[in-house]
Structures are given as structure tokens and as C-alpha cells.
Ligand binder design. Structure first.
Ligand SMILES: Cc1ncc(COP(=O)(O)O)c(C=O)c1O
Length: 380
């Protein structure tokens, strides 16, 4: 085992739910004993504690137990899995959906489903670690294109075309990058992939439930084909588990071949029940997504009017790039003293010299949160 330098070591902090909807209480609070307002988790819609999700999980748990007890191919498949897959596919306008116990696992399965040792994968430079692990496990050759840069992607696709590789290339991107807050020109990427005969895998982990007209993510409004869309229930859906949305043919291929699906205990039924309850709520409250989008815009405007560099992107993730680890940790501590929780994100999660506070907006933040933040932090 390698020695891990002190600056790279992280410690686990433990949190309980506070009394207010967006509050977390740390067991060993550094500065005070009060709850902190959650500007750090991915519970964008505040659904993880919503009574409908809790009730739905309880109902399914009473009927089908806590755990599935086996892989879907053995005895783990429950009616709630099929129902959730059908409802999701129809909401996303996709032919079919296959559930996974986590997004990390789903991403590995998706990459291995599309690529093997004779494939070249062309991935955005900032894609999630799980996708990179998928590429490694597939044995594919990896090329990286500059973040959200259509021209650089095209350059890679042209180079590959000239090499006349027999296997279709695979392009990997995300629709809302979790540490950058940015989104790619997805429609143009999809059209480019179609032109060059490339497969396209889009990770919508942070965009499902937060972006697009009614929270259906950004693939939904992209008329060009997307081979596989990956999503998770652990973020805006307030539950846990994940899914791949794809053609019926690809779903069947994954079901027959994916070790990550076949040799893993099925998604816990109560989590599937809660995810379905979240979907029902999101469908019946389009204003939630709209309000979150308006709040994201308002926060960006206010931050830049106070001298901060406007956080990139237009979704609910607002990175304040600070530079060194020390600067980011100092700001995190300042915010905690003021009752706000935002976590300093440091290398290796983000490139060296770009340590940042990752501000995450939620539907249920109380009024006055932004002024508290602006009064506490001052740009350098
Ligand atoms: C972009 C992205 N993809 C995939 C995952 C993995 O999802 P899960 O938390 O369901 O394993 C994460 C999350 O943590 C993520 O940020």
C-alpha cells in the first residue's frame, strides 16, 4: 500500500438530519452545535426526507422486504422493479430502462456494454471516475477531448476515421458536470456522433430531476440519437440506485452479458419504491424544477454582481474556484461558522490549483440563504 500524502487524506464527518428541511447536524461540529444548512449534498429537490418517499419505501418494505436477496436473474426481481423501469422509460421517451444498484455500477456496465479491447473511447477530459473505471475494465483505448469542446471531439473522430478502425468509436460525456456545473453542447455532440457512426453514452446523474423542461434531463430535448443514458436515484430523486435508459436491444444485451447487472444483488425494493414516488412527485410538480432553475440563475447573477467570477453553467451546481486547498478550506470554515455547509473540493477530485467550494442549490433552501453567503464570503 502506498503512503497517502497528508494533503490528499480525507476524514469522514458524520451527519444527522436537522429539524429544518435542508438542515444537517454534525456529530462533532468544529465551530458550534447548531445545524448547518445543506449547500453540499445532491439532494437537489429535498426529496430524501419527503413523506411520500418514506411512505412508499415503507409500503414496499412491508411487502417485499428490505433487500432483494439475490440478483434479478435469480430471485431478486420484484414487481416494483418492472413498474419503475416502465414508468421511467416512458417519462424519458426511451425504449427501455434497466435498473442497477448504483450509478457507479451502471456506468461501468454501460461502458463495458459498448466497448472492448478493439474499441477507441473518446471521453470528455472531466468525466466521472466510474466511467474511467469502465474504460479500464473494458480494455478499450482511451482518448480525451477538451472539456465540452465540440471541435476537439470532431478532431478526434476525424483522426479515427482516417485510421479506418472497424469498431465503432464510443463517446462519453455528462449532461451536467458535477464539479464544474457545466453542460456540453449535447445536441451538436449527438449529431456529430451520428455523422461519424460513433456510439454516445451520456451520464445524466446530476441533470435528471434538475435540468430540461420538466426535469427530464438534457438528452430528452436532443432529437439526435443517444445510445445509452445513465441516471441515478441517489441525487435529485432522493433515494438510491440507478438506471440505464437505452434501446430494447441494448437492454437485452446488457441483461444477458453485464456482470455488473447479473452478478449483483438487485436494487433494494424500498429504494425502488421511493424512486417511483419521487418520479410521481417530479411529474406532478414541474414548478419545482423551474424554481430551482430560476434560483440557479439568480444566485449566479448575485455572485457576479458582488465581484465573484460567475460560476459556469446554468444548473444548480455553482463552483466557486478559489485556487489552493488552504483557500478553499478557509472559505468552508467561514461558511460553517455562519451556519452554511459547503464542502471544499480539492485534488485529486479536481485538477491541481482549482480547489473550490461546490455550492449546491436545493428546492427547499430558506429565504435569506444567499445573503448570508454573500455577507460571509468576500472575493479575493
Ligand atoms: C456524474 C456521476 N455519475 C455517476 C455517479 C455515481 O452514482 P451513484 O451515486 O448512484 O453511484 C456520480 C456520483 O456520485 C456522479 O457524480
Amino acid at each position: 500500500m502506498e503512503d497517502i500524502p497528508l494533503s490528499r487524506r480525507r476524514v469522514l464527518r458524520t451527519w444527522s438530519c436537522g429539524e429544518g428541511p435542508a438542515e444537517l447536524t454534525g456529530e462533532k461540529q468544529a465551530h458550534h452545535s447548531k445545524s448547518l444548512l445543506d449547500l453540499a449534498s445532491n439532494d437537489y429537490l429535498g426529496l430524501s426526507r419527503h413523506p411520500s418517499l418514506i411512505k412508499a419505501a415503507q409500503v414496499i418494505m412491508n411487502k417485499d422486504g428490505v433487500g432483494a436477496g439475490a440478483s434479478r436473474l435469480v430471485t431478486g426481481s420484484r414487481p416494483i422493479h418492472h413498474k419503475l423501469e416502465e414508468e421511467l422509460a416512458s417519462w424519458l421517451g426511451q425504449e427501455s430502462v434497466l435498473l442497477f444498484p448504483s450509478g457507479f455500477q451502471a456506468n461501468i456496465a454501460a461502458v463495458i456494454g459498448l466497448a472492448d479491447r478493439s474499441t477507441t473511447v473518446i471521453a470528455d477530459r472531466l468525466i466521472h471516475h466510474s466511467l474511467l473505471i469502465g474504460v479500464k475494465a473494458s480494455g478499450a483505448k482511451l482518448k480525451r477531448f477538451a472539456h465540452n469542446d465540440l471541435n476537439d471531439l470532431e478532431r478526434h473522430l476525424k483522426l479515427l476515421k482516417n485510421k479506418q478502425s472497424k469498431k465503432k468509436p464510443v463517446v462519453l460525456t455528462e449532461s451536467l458536470f458535477s464539479m464544474e456545473g457545466t453542460s456540453p453542447p449535447l445536441k451538436a455532440i449527438a449529431i456529430l456522433c451520428e455523422q461519424f457512426g460513433a456510439e454516445l453514452l451520456v451520464d445524466e446523474a446530476h441533470a435528471i430531476g434538475t435540468m430540461g423542461n420538466k426535469g427530464q434531463g438534457l438528452c430528452h430535448q436532443t432529437s439526435a440519437p443517444i445510445t445509452i443514458l445513465s441516471g441515478t436515484f441517489g441525487k435529485a430523486f432522493g433515494s438510491g440506485g440507478a438506471f440505464l435508459a437505452t434501446s430494447k436491444r441494448m437492454r437485452e444485451y446488457l441483461l444477458q452479458t453485464s456482470g455488473a447487472f447479473r452478478y449483483s444483488t438487485a436494487l433494494a425494493p424500498p429504494l425502488a419504491g421511493a424512486a417511483l414516488a419521487a418520479l410521481t412527485l417530479i411529474k406532478s410538480h414541474p414548478e419545482w424544477v423551474l424554481n430551482l432553475q430560476k434560483r440557479s440563475e439568480h444566485w449566479r447573477c448575485q455572485l457576479s454582481s458582488k465581484g465573484w467570477k460567475c460560476p459556469s453553467g446554468n444548473g444548480p451546481i455553482l463552483p466557486l474556484i478559489l485556487g489552493t486547498d488552504q483557500e478553499a478550506l478557509f472559505c468552508q470554515n467561514q461558511l460553517e461558522k455562519a451556519g452554511l455547509l459547503s464542502v471544499a473540493i480539492r485534488p485529486p477530485t479536481v485538477p491541481e490549483g482549482t480547489s473550490r467550494l461546490r455550492l449546491v442549490l436545493r428546492r427547499d433552501l430558506p429565504n435569506g440563504t444567499l445573503s448570508k453567503l454573500l455577507n460571509t464570503l468576500k472575493p479575493q
